[in-house]
Ligand binder design. Structure first.
Ligand SMILES: Nc1ncnc2c1ncn2[C@@H]1O[C@H](COP(=O)(O)OP(=O)(O)O)[C@@H](O)[C@H]1O
Ligand SMILES: [Mg+2]
Length: 293
């Protein structure tokens, strides 16, 4: 592995996703460097959420017809890899032209959603989900994280360990509430929260699992600018431990906070660069996306 590869969090190349006749992704590629904030922008319907869905294995990528043969080639490659690993030869992952998603050194495409969620990448959704009848604190405690509690032997022999783990989780949840400055609403029910508070809670639930790659789909939507900036400041603080991949409509936020920006239109990446580079690339952006973007 070269040093550049070691610095890569996400390597998603040549992704296609078709919904019947709708070509949501048409060969989109993105590289996300570790401990950076990388944004994906583009007009509504350009394929941004679909890109997240394929990257996190919520949706399976489409193999375009002309590449079906290559897919069977890829299948034989995976057998070769299995053998080379088994016999302790260096496994060589050949990425064919059918596209691939790699998170750090793990190949994600081909995994199911659950397997992908256990690799250390985690996402939020455009619409915030939570438990309406649980309090904010309880919402954090039911966030998915590794728990000892499951399994027959655990129940009988590991009660103490479970209690310690619960205590640790509560402490962690309290720390996160403090970090997000929402300790004062910890006993409020999920259904009583404002849009902005729900966004913060969603980030809190994410933090319970300490993901190495965080994918945020419009975390600022429906949030007032003051709170939006606060959320972004919190997200920025996470860069020391995590990598952030952000879909966001608010261009001030995108241009102020991103290390790198990718521009998507009609399922393809049409521009990529630092905020400065994209800004000076404005003509391209305007030509493709209209002056509003
Ligand atoms: N589950 C789906 N079934 C059918 N079409 C979909 C589905 N999800 C997205 N699309 C279509 O794919 C295109 C890209 O959508 P999306 O990825 O949500 O765009 P964005 O997030 O950039 O607004 C749109 O034309 C949308 O209607
Ligand atoms: Mg979207």
């Amino acid at each position: 592995m070269t040093s550049t590869e070691k610095n890569l969090s996400l390597d998603a190349q040549n992704l296609h996703k078709y919904f019947g006749g709708v070509r949501a992704l048409e060969g989109a590629s993105i590289l996300v460097t570790k401990n950076k904030l990388v944004s994906l922008i583009g007009p509504n319907g350009s394929g941004k959420t679909t890109f997240f869905n394929v990257v996190t294995a919520w949706l399976e990528k489409t193999i375009p017809k002309e590449h079906e043969e290559m897919e069977s080639q890829e299948y034989s490659n995976s057998i070769i890899n299995w053998f080379s690993q088994r016999f302790d030869r260096s496994p060589k992952v050949e990425h064919e032209d059918v596209g691939h998603v790699q998170f750090e050194d793990v190949r994600i495409d081909g995994m199911n959603t659950h397997e992908a969620a256990l690799t250390g990448m985690l996402r939020t959704f455009q619409t915030t989900r939570n438990w309406p009848k649980l309090t904010v604190l309880e919402n954090l405690l039911v966030a998915p994280h590794k728990q000892t509690g499951e399994g027959f032997f655990n129940i009988f022999f590991r009660k103490r360990k479970i209690r310690e783990e619960e205590r640790r989780n509560v402490l962690k949840a309290l720390e996160i509430l403090d970090f997000l400055e929402i300790t004062h609403i910890r006993d409020q029910l999920g259904e009583e929260l404002s849009g902005g508070q729900l966004k913060l809670l969603a980030i809190g639930r994410l933090l319970m699992t300490a993901p190495r790659l965080i994918l945020l789909d419009e975390p600022m939507a429906g949030v007032n600018p003051t709170l939006g900036n606060k959320i972004m400041d919190k997200i920025l603080e996470l860069k020391s431990d995590s990598t952030i991949f952000l879909i966001e409509h608010n261009m001030d936020v995108v241009f102020n906070y991103s290390d790198e920006i990718y521009v998507m239109a009609r399922g393809k990446i049409i521009a990529q660069g630092t905020p400065k580079e994209i800004e000076t690339n404005k003509e391209v952006i305007e030509a493709y996306l209209g002056a509003d973007y």
